[in-house]
Design a binder for this molecule. Structure first.
Ligand code: ATP
Length: 233
């Protein structure tokens, strides 16, 4: 569904992504893990058109989308749940969800019901200002808002960041449920243990390169991964 070919991205003179190639098959959950600064967010931001790659290509459903605008890319069916959630604090839950569907003209009732089924908590709180939700609820809202664009591929940047373990488990259960319902998922995580358990396939990034790849189970059993990323899990 998604293919990156030898992607290079620089900020000023500094190369953050140094030739990355990988594929995300339709219907899968793929995860990128790696230390802070490895280039994971930069990869996602270049897929969705927020940064322009220096070279290489991004191909989505057999069409090259490298360098297209974010609006065009969202319209093709890719959406990003950014790190730190970034909901609109002064708008209600419902207003936030509607913003996720800003490109769509059809009746949203069915999709709102879909989101409320996935996240009953958001239904209970649809009139609450988003800024007053708990961290976990804001993460649910960020995911719900992204789903309102009806993506074929949803990319999530650190969905577990700053959340209590029980809430994190809930978020991962939802990620798996969304995937079961047919949405392909590309996930970046610091919590390598949970991400690799959920993922069909994983890639380990270090200073802009992919240094290891394998199925989630293979990487979980890999000694290098255990030593570097699973120590505290
Ligand atoms: P984290 O887990 O901390 O978010 P990451 O693996 O997602 O890390 P990136 O955020 O992609 O890593 O950053 C990769 C490198 O690019 C880092 O060295 C970072 O300082 C640099 N970088 C990221 N954004 C910018 C920017 N807007 N301008 C300059 N340098 C940047």
């Amino acid at each position: 569904m998604l293919k990156l070919n030898d992607l290079h991205v620089s900020y000023g003179g500094i190369e953050a992504v140094k030739g990355i190639s990988f594929a995300v098959p339709e219907g899968s959950i793929v995860t990128l893990i790696g230390a802070n600064g490895a280039g994971k967010s930069t990869v996602l931001r270049s897929i969705v058109g927020l940064v322009k790659p220096k070279s290489g290509s991004v191909v989505f459903q057999d069409e090259e989308i490298t360098g297209k605008s974010s609006d065009e890319i969202v319209a093709k069916g890719i959406t990003l749940v950014p790190e730190g959630r970034r909901v609109f604090s002064n708008l209600s839950v419902l207003e936030n969800l509607k913003i996720g569907a800003y490109m769509r003209k059809e009746d949203l009732t069915k999709d709102l019901n879909w989101i409320y089924d996935l996240f009953p908590r958001l239904k209970e709180r649809s009139w609450q200002m988003a800024g007053t939700l708990s961290g976990g609820e804001q993460q649910m809202l960020a995911v719900g808002r992204a789903l309102m664009s009806k993506p074929k591929l949803i990319m999530m940047d650190e969905p577990s960041l700053g959340l209590a373990p029980l809430i994190v488990q809930g978020i991962f259960d939802i990620i798996k449920e969304i995937n079961k319902q047919g949405v392909t998922i590309l996930l970046i995580e610091q919590n390598a243990n949970l991400a690799l358990k959920a993922a069909d396939y994983g890639y380990v990034l270090e200073t802009g390169h992919i240094i290891l790849s394998g199925t989630g189970a293979e990487l979980l059993a890999n000694e290098e991964v255990k030593a570097a990323y699973l120590g505290k899990s």
